[in-house]
Design a binder for this molecule. Structure first.
Ligand code: F58
Length: 840
């Protein structure tokens, strides 16, 4: 079939050259092109000549979705027909930060080229259509993105899985920068519809809230509890297929939308209260309205607890329904389902599964508890004390009265057992209790998750160790066999193949393309080329090309013109004091001062790029953004230094922008205070794309450094242990300031109002916090960081050696593929095996 002119199709239904099925499932360019026209006509009611670019994007999305749904059906069929028990994973997460679906789906289905050809047959361009997609920002940062990488890897490894979460109507806010300050704009991602999901109007569950409980004896004389809720909300399933890379398996991301059980309260309506009748609907629907944009939880947000319970209850009811429709018994529930709790946000699952089993399905308490523990696993993502979720008891009891009773009962039995083992240790009991009774009473969600799970894991080796020594120390002493480490990973499909096609082609030209499905084993095969001049040249050319592309993007989004030949020094991540973006700023000002003093002979030109959102209520984080922009304005406009130093803040860092950023980096900033960053995952994305890291011994940095070789990593700063010791010995940041003239000059320059048009008040809160408390020990690490940056500058001047190190970084970080992480979860925690599916 030749190229299809849109004229040929105008006014004519697509000819039946292929049978209907081929249009919906065919993977060749012709079938795809026909499907585009077909979808445009029958799903979108448009003629090609009237179609906008967005219409074509939608047509392509529907076309791709059809192919994935076909595979999904085969996956389900394989599971239901298997003659042995097939255990599936339920990944419970309040956040899934998937990023745009189109490009990733084309790669995983293996139809990129065919789609490109089909799209050009209809006179469109694939790159333009990819640009159209509005990303679902249903997560805050690393935790939500990790869930998305894990969904990709589960499918790639043929592990049956459902990702369960919330279909927020508004995801993480869009960030704009006005006058250097962050401004938040609502994320209206569903504005033009979402072609990737299908609504399952028949898959709905009721979720109860509030009210009271009644205890009674049933006909058989058994003690029972009835929950008489004040309110019932309906959860409706919205499914997005998740295709595995070049395998038949296609899993589901099932997100719940909240709806009112009755759209009208007819009683209110009948007595003429029209608005009152609609009110109820509005209250119900607020549950899935908006993602909380906080980077740390705040106690006391009733709606957030309601969101958590809402999606967990729908998900567990759904799992039980699937289990029973497959004809299985509830006593074997844990043999068919592994439920992973992505942090404590879904930890109410422990109490809810108990409630469903005991109250709704009449399973005895002990058996229900055994099932619950065997089903659940808990992943912790933070050690920050302020980030550990706890709910004020009165709030909890009012919203979930039955669950509070269940938690009391779990706690009573738990403490009883403990008392037998440790009869005289009341303090231990107080520390382990699911209820914090020190002052105002709270339900401790990490304790509920730990008690109710058979496995507890941290997300990097250091983090898992610190977990055992600090926040979960008592739980570790009690049951050390429950503790695991699973170091995070990221999917190479999105973070190399999709975002860095040129590097992918170069790697494939040397070692074939097996690395995409087996990064850990295969990627190291490029190592022998690290010192090969021709390969180095090609490697450099790819990086240069990616940097030029980012240069254009920066110009478009910020107006700043940067030098693509300078060292691209990048820090992109959520804004948080522990991540220390302001330490980076202190260095930038140090460099500026050096340049002003005329120390620019042989300088390495640098472009320092920042990106990341601050929680809307986090004042100091927002002030750091303002500081970055203020420093940038002064430096970028200073003719004496701006040729060799530029500072840019890229607004609205998200998945889509990440895909442009990681491939263009020379230097990856991973500079958190040691002991504070649980793992980090951006660090892995940078290294895979050939950036060298400047970093502390924190989170997965430690493992990355061990993997790439210590000589290929720029290390600085105190270790977690040293930092703890310095603090314990009475850390005094002001004495560091007093003793270091270069640091003093930097702080004094900010203090003088030099970057704030003479306003000496603006940055005072930041400086005061640094000089008086410095909780995150920036001043303690300052000199070590500056010295290390100096080593970076020198190293970059030897381009041949830098390129060799860059290649070695990529070659040696294969183990940070999320495929490896998922393999470990399957083996150590879930006891889940891949399924065999016949098919494409
Ligand atoms: C992040 N946590 C960790 N939390 O900070 C990071 O080190 C780790 O690599 C990543 O998880 C994946 O394990 C994180 O992103 C959140 O975004 C939560 C959102 C909801 C409120 C509490 C924080």
């Amino acid at each position: 079939m030749g190229p299809i002119s849109s004229k040929q199709y105008d006014g004519v239904a697509s000819k039946n050259q292929h049978d209907h099925e081929e249009i919906r499932t065919g993977l060749g360019a012709d079938a795809i092109a026909e499907a585009l026209i077909d979808n445009l006509r029958f799903l979108q009611a448009k003629l090609p000549r009237h179609a906008t670019r967005n219409d074509w994007y939608m047509a392509l999305a529907y076309t791709v979705r059809d192919r994935m749904l076909d595979r999904y059906i085969n996956t389900v069929d394989a599971i239901t027909r298997a003659n042995t028990a097939v255990k599936g994973v339920a990944y419970l997460s309040a956040e899934f930060l998937t990023g745009p679906h189109l490009g990733n789906s084309l790669i995983n289905l293996g139809i990129w080229q065919a789609a490109q050809d089909a799209v050009s047959k209809v006179g469109q361009n694939l790159v333009d259509l990819l640009e159209q997609e509005e990303e679902p920002g249903l997560g805050n940062g690393g935790l939500g993105r990790l869930a998305a990488c894990y969904m990709d890897s589960l499918a790639a490894l043929n592990v049956p899985a459902i990702g369960y979460g919330i279909r927020y109507e508004f995801g993480i806010f869009d960030q704009a920068i006005r006058d250097g300050w962050q401004v938040e704009l609502t994320d209206k991602w569903l504005r033009f519809g979402n072609p990737w999901e299908i609504v399952r109007s028949e898959v709905t569950f009721n979720v109860q809230f509030g009210g009271r409980t009644e205890h009674y004896c049933d006909e058989q004389g058994r003690y029972r509890v009835r929950w008489l809720p004040e309110k019932v909300v309906k959860g409706v399933a919205y499914d997005t297929p998740v295709p595995g890379y070049r395998v038949p398996t296609t899993n589901l991301l099932r997100l719940w939308k909240a709806e009112a059980t009755e759209s009208f309260d007819f009683e209110a309506f009948n007595i003429g209260d029209y608005y009152g009748a609609v009110d109820e609907k509005i209250i119900s629907e607020t549950i899935s309205k908006v993602l909380y944009p906080n980077d740390e939880p705040e106690a006391g947000k009733r709606l957030r607890l309601a969101q958590q319970y809402f999606f967990v209850s729908c998900s567990l009811q759904d799992m039980i329904r699937l289990h029973l429709t497959r004809g299985k018994q509830l006593k074997e529930f844990h043999l068919y389902w592994a439920a992973q709790l992505n942090d404590t946000h879904p930890s109410i699952a422990v109490a809810e599964l108990m409630r469903l089993l005991v109250d709704e399905h009449s399973v005895g308490w002990d058996q229900a508890w055994a099932i619950t523990q065997r089903t659940c696993g808990y992943t912790n993502h933070t050690l920050l004390a302020e980030a550990l979720e706890k709910w004020p008891l009165p709030l909890f009891g009012k919203l979930l009265p039955r669950h509070l009773e269940i938690i009391y009962e779990i706690n009573r039995r738990f403490l009883e057992e403990l008392r037998v083992r440790h009869p005289d240790d009341d303090d231990l009991l107080r520390r382990l209790s699911l209820i914090d009774e020190a002052g105002e009473k709270y339900v401790r969600m990490a304790h509920l998750a730990s008690a109710g799970s058979h496995a507890i894991n941290g997300v990097a080796a250091l983090h898992s160790e610190l977990l055992k020594q600090t926040v979960l120390r008592d739980f570790y002493a009690l049951a050390p066999e429950k503790f695991f480490n699973v170091t995070n990973g990221v999917t190479p499909r999105r973070w190399i193949v999709l975002s860095n096609p040129k590097l992918s082609a170069l790697i494939t030209s040397k070692i074939g393309d097996r690395w995409i499905a087996d990064l850990e084993e295969e990627l190291q095969r490029i190592e022998p080329f690290a010192a090969d001049p021709a390969f180095q040249n090609d490697w450099q050319a790819v990086k240069a090309e990616n940097k030029r592309a980012l240069t254009g993007f920066i110009k478009e989004r910020t107006g700043v013109v940067v030098d693509p030949e300078s060292l691209f020094d990048i820090q992109v991540k959520r804004l948080h004091e522990y991540k220390r973006q302001h330490l980076n700023v202190l260095y930038v000002i140090t460099l500026y001062n050096q340049l002003k003093r005329g120390l620019n002979a042989g300088v390495t030109p640098r472009t320092v790029i920042f990106g990341g959102k601050a929680a809307p209520g986090y004042r100091i984080a927002k002030l750091i953004i303002k500081l970055i922009n203020s420093v940038g304005t002064v430096i970028n406009q200073d003719p004496q230094v701006s040729k060799v130093l530029k500072v840019v803040f890229m607004p609205d860092f998200n998945v889509k922008n990440g895909q442009r950023v990681y491939p263009a980096a020379d230097l990856s900033e991973q500079i958190s205070t040691a002991g504070k960053e649980a793992s980090g995952t951006g660090n892995m994305k940078f290294a895979m794309n050939g950036a060298l890291t400047i970093g502390t011994l924190d989170g997965a940095n430690i493992e990355i450094r061990d993997a790439v070789g210590h000589e290929n990593f720029f290390l600085f700063g105190l270790t977690a242990e040293e930092a703890a010791k310095v603090k314990a010995d009475g850390y005094n940041p002001r004495s560091v300031y007093d003793a270091n003239p270069e640091l003093r000059e930097v702080i004094d320059l900010i203090d003088s109002g030099f970057f704030s048009k003479g306003d000496r008040e603006l940055f005072r809160p930041l400086l005061e916090s640094l000089l008086n408390r410095d909780d995150y020990m920036l001043l303690a690490d300052y000199q070590s960081y500056v010295d290390c940056q100096q080593r970076v500058s020198e190293a970059y001047r030897d381009q041949e050696n830098w390129t060799r190190m860059s290649i070695l970084n990529s070659a040696r970080v294969g183990r940070f593929s999320s495929d490896r992480s998922i393999h470990e979860y399957c083996r150590d925690i879930w006891n889940v095996k891949p399924i065999a599916i016949e098919g494409r």
